[in-house]
Design a protein around this ligand. Structure first.
Ligand code: AMP
Length: 299
C-alpha cells in the first residue's frame, strides 16, 4: 500500500497591494514569537515579474529554507535610465500569479509605484552603494542603476521584513551590491545567492529574452558559449587576455554590440588577468537592441 504525503501548509496565495495589508498579513501569519515559541521564518524573492523558471528556482530554494515565502512583483522605475526599457518591460500579472500559485507561494506583494514612492516627481531618499563596486561593468553602462536597485531592495526589506532574501547569480553585480548594503548598513537578514537557470541550449533565462527575434534568439546562445570557452582557456592556463579578445571578436561577428566581457575577482569585481583564485567571467551585450547579461564562475 502506498501513502501520499499531504502538505500541512494551506495553499492560499494572498495577493497584496498595500504596505498596510502586507504588515497585517505578516503579523497574522508569522506570529510574534515570545513565550519560548519560535516565530515563523519568512523568505522573500524580489522580482520584476514576467516570471520564468529562473525566478521559480529562487522560490523553490526559499520554500526549502523558510516557513513562508513572499514574492514581490514590482517594476522599479528608479533603476531604469531615461533611455531604457521601463515602459516596454514585459508584464503578465495573471500569468505570474498562476505560476506562483503552482509553486506554493504564500504571498505576492505587488504595490503600485505610488504605494512605493509616493510622488516620484519629488526626489526620494536613496541608498548609494560604494563606488568601488558600482563604477564598473553594468554600473558604467547604466548610471544610477544600482542606486535604484539598492533603494528598492532596502525599501522591500523594510516593508516585508524577511529573514532571508533570495537573489539570482544571474545578476552577479546586483547580488554583490545587495550583500554589501546588508553588511554596511547592519541589516538584520540573510542574503542567499541562487545559481543561474539556463535554457536547454545554454542561454541564461531572462524576462527580456521574449523580445529577441527568432534569429536573435538563435544567436543569443553565443554569450554562454563564449563564457564557456574563456572558462576553458583559464582552466587550461592559457592567456586570459587573448581568450577574452577572441570572445569579444566572436560576439561582434555574430552581430552583438559588446558592452563588456571581463574576468573579475568574485568578491571585489576588480579585473583579473592572471587568476590565482576563483574568478567570475561577466558579459553584457546587445542583440536586436535587447541587452543580455550572463556570467560564469571559474573555481
Ligand atoms: P528580475 O525579475 O529580472 O529582476 O529578477 C528577479 C530575481 O530573479 C533576481 O534576483 C534575478 O537575479 C533572478 N533571476 C533572473 N533570471 C534568473 C535566472 N536565469 N537564473 C537564476 N536567477 C534569475
Amino acid at each position: 500500500m502506498s501513502f501520499t504525503r499531504v502538505e500541512s501548509r494551506s495553499n492560499v496565495l494572498e495577493v497584496l497591494q498595500s504596505v498596510e495589508a502586507l504588515r497585517q498579513w505578516r503579523e497574522q501569519t508569522l506570529g510574534k514569537g515570545g513565550d519560548g515559541k519560535r516565530r515563523a521564518q519568512l523568505g522573500l524573492v524580489p522580482t520584476m515579474g514576467y516570471l520564468h523558471a529562473g525566478h521559480l528556482s529562487l522560490v523553490e530554494r526559499a520554500k526549502e529554507e523558510c516557513d513562508f515565502v513572499a514574492v514581490s512583483i514590482f517594476v522599479n522605475p528608479l533603476q531604469f535610465g531615461p533611455n531604457e526599457d521601463f515602459a516596454q518591460y514585459p508584464r503578465d500579472f495573471e500569468g505570474d500569479l498562476s505560476l506562483l500559485r503552482g509553486a506554493g507561494v504564500d504571498c505576492v506583494f505587488s504595490p503600485s509605484t505610488e504605494e512605493v514612492y509616493g510622488d516620484l516627481s519629488k526626489p526620494t531618499t536613496q541608498v548609494v552603494p560604494p563606488r568601488w563596486l558600482v563604477d564598473r561593468l553594468c554600473g558604467t553602462f547604466r548610471p544610477g542603476h544600482f542606486e535604484g536597485v539598492a533603494t528598492i531592495v532596502n525599501k522591500l526589506f523594510n516593508m516585508v521584513e524577511p529573514d532571508i532574501a533570495y537573489f539570482g547569480e544571474k545578476d552577479y553585480q546586483q547580488l554583490l551590491v545587495v550583500k554589501q548594503m546588508v553588511k554596511d548598513l547592519n541589516m538584520n537578514l540573510n542574503i542567499q545567492g541562487v545559481p543561474i537557470v539556463r535554457e536547454s541550449d545554454g542561454l541564461a533565462m531572462s524576462s527580456r529574452n521574449v523580445y529577441l527575434s527568432q534569429n536573435g534568439r538563435k544567436k543569443a546562445v553565443t554569450i554562454s558559449e563564449v563564457l564557456s570557452s574563456v572558462k576553458t582557456a583559464i582552466e587550461e592556463k592559457r592567456s586570459v587576455i587573448a581568450a577574452i579578445e577572441d570572445g569579444k571578436e566572436r560576439l561582434k561577428k555574430t552581430g552583438f554590440e559588446v558592452q563588456y566581457l571581463e574576468a573579475c575577482d568574485i568578491e571585489t569585481l576588480t579585473p583579473v588577468t592572471e587568476p590565482v583564485k576563483p574568478v567570475v567571467l561577466l558579459c553584457a551585450a546587445k542583440i536586436d537592441n535587447v541587452r543580455l547579461i550572463d556570467n560564469m564562475i571559474v573555481q
